[in-house]
Design a protein around this ligand. Structure first.
Ligand code: SF4
Length: 500
């Protein structure tokens, strides 16, 4: 019974006071699980004991251990942050466990909980990194951070810009790729870094994100990336807590490289998985199998890099709804913070273009079904869609990429790198010559880029009648904004062209 300042009763649960003074909604649970939860609390595994006694028990926001939620008993639970932390032993890497972990994660996500899974081995080898990761997720999930202004899609400038380095080297050319990239050798690498360092010196700026994209940045010896980062830090004002991302190809042995990345301040990796089904990966010209993708994720975590994104491709040769399911299950079971999911486009000039009549590709309807399935599965598993192709845990959206869609300044250095810098667009061509590309930031761009985002754009920006799109379920209103629905995102090119 509540006395004094008793919190009000609400449907679906009651409010209770949390240790740190807030009021949180209690989750419903199965009372039959209480004896088992008590016994699990008394018999914690060595990894649970370490995390509890050395970190969570005295964490400033209250955590509970072996907490009953719905029909589950979760390892650790923070009500205020809506966060579940599960520690996984080696049995969780077997398929039957992975499947049940995915179902469990989806059900907990349906309760508006963020679930993070941490392998026991991380507690052994990277305890500090695990604590830092949990701390970051809690901070990003607390109401005060949710109340911080979301990135604007209406062209307002952040004070700090994004810095992009294009690393145009790859081990070999993937058959679908039309990005600029050449085969890597040490001498070309050295020359490229020297030239890039010269170009860094031609600009001044203040940045809170740095992104090494490619190509395959991870093909370079880490010292080359370090030279770029050191030069940038010397020349520019780069925030201490900048988001610094490197794209990695899992076919390379990344163990030592991840340690070097963490050491130089890289705190986010984007891993080119493309598919968790080996047959599909190999058809895409990727030599690494799913095992190497797993190793890459685990190496990043061991090095203390907990913000991990995977790339997934939809509509690739031999892919079916069932094999897509396997990839999505893999993403969920790896507990990564971010997913980018792109549809395969067969571009002229690629190997796939030459062999397009021989490729066994899913048809257009199947690809649409795959996209909608990806959106639905990711949203249910706690990786919420925030852009047409991007999904993230709350607070783990790519700060760098959001700058592109919200018309913030970004400076791109490297062959074929593009910039939007002080209102002007320009890029470096394949000879490293700078090419002016006009101005940017007009209404057309605001509509075109802003409608990529889930939050959409302010209604006042669009002068055309959108009522038909809303009636058909292709667009929706979100407060003062209008946005594309997932179905609308499938037709984004057509809809956006009609609005500008
Ligand atoms: S690794 Fe990436 S950039 Fe390099 S060829 Fe393959 S798809 Fe293109």
């Amino acid at each position: 019974m509540f006395i004094g300042n008793a919190p009000p009763l609400v449907r679906g649960g009651v409010f209770a006071y949390s240790k740190d003074g807030g009021v949180v909604k209690m989750k419903q649970y199965n009372k039959n699980n209480i004896p088992l939860a008590k016994s699990l609390r008394k018999n914690m595994t060595p990894w649970e004991r370490k995390l509890w006694y050395e970190f969570l028990r005295s964490y400033p926001v209250r955590f509970q251990r072996q907490k009953c939620i719905g029909n589950f008993i979760v390892d650790f639970y923070c009500a205020k942050a809506g966060l579940v932390v599960e520690l996984d032993g080696s049995q969780h890497y077997f398929n039957e466990y992975k499947k049940s972990d995915c179902i469990r994660t989806e059900k907990l996500a349906a309760e508006n909980l963020v679930v993070i899974r941490i392998p026991n081995c991380e507690i052994d080898v990277n305890f500090e990194g695990v604590c830092e990761y949990i701390d970051n997720v809690v901070k990003s999930s607390l109401p005060q951070s949710a109340a911080q202004p979301a990135p604007s899609s209406e062209g307002a400038k952040n004070e700090q810009a994004g810095l992009y380095f294009h690393i145009p080297f790859c081990k070999s050319k993937c058959p679908y790729c039309d990005f600029y990239s050449v085969k890597y050798d040490e001498q070309s690498g050295e020359e490229y870094i020297n030239k890039t360092v010269e170009i860094i010196k031609q600009y001044q700026g203040s940045f809170d994100t740095v992104y090494f994209g490619g190509g395959t940045p991870s093909i370079l010896p880490p010292d080359m990336l370090r030279r770029l980062l050191d030069s940038a830090r010397e020349q520019y004002d780069i925030s201490d807590n900048a988001e610094i991302t490197v794209e990695c190809n899992p076919s390379l042995d990344l163990g030592e490289k991840m340690k070097a990345y963490a050491d130089m301040g890289i705190n986010r990796v984007s891993i080119g998985m493309q598919s968790a089904v080996d047959k599909e990966r190999f058809a895409l010209g990727r030599s690494a199998g799913r095992r190497q993708v797993e190793n890459a994720v685990n190496s990043a975590r061991r090095a203390g890099i907990m913000n991990i994104s995977l790339d997934l491709m939809l509509g690739v040769p031999n892919q079916t709804i069932d094999t897509l399911d396997e990839s999505l299950d893999f993403v969920t079971s790896m507990g990564v913070t971010h997913l980018s999911a792109y549809m395969l486009k067969i571009e002229e000039g690629t190997k796939f273009f030459d062999m397009k009549n021989r490729l066994v590709l899913p048809d257009e309807d199947e690809v649409c079904e795959m996209y909608l399935k990806t959106v639905d599965t990711m949203n249910r598993s706690g990786l919420t869609q925030y852009e047409i192709s991007n999904f993230a845990r709350n607070g783990m959206e790519s700060k760098h990429n959001i700058k592109y869609w919200t018309l913030c300044d970004y400076l791109g250095i490297g062959k074929s790198a593009h910039s939007f810098w002080h209102g002007k667009r320009f890029y470096y061509d394949r000879d490293y010559s700078k090419i002016n590309d006009g101005t940017g930031g007009d209404t057309e761009e605001r509509i075109m880029l802003g409608l990529r985002l889930n939050k959409g754009i302010n209604k006042s920006i669009i002068n055309k009648d959108i009522s038909q799109y809303i009636k058909c379920g292709l667009m929706c209103e979100r407060g003062d904004n209008v946005a594309l629905t997932p179905q609308g995102m499938l037709l984004s090119n057509t809809i956006i062209s009609s609005l500008i």
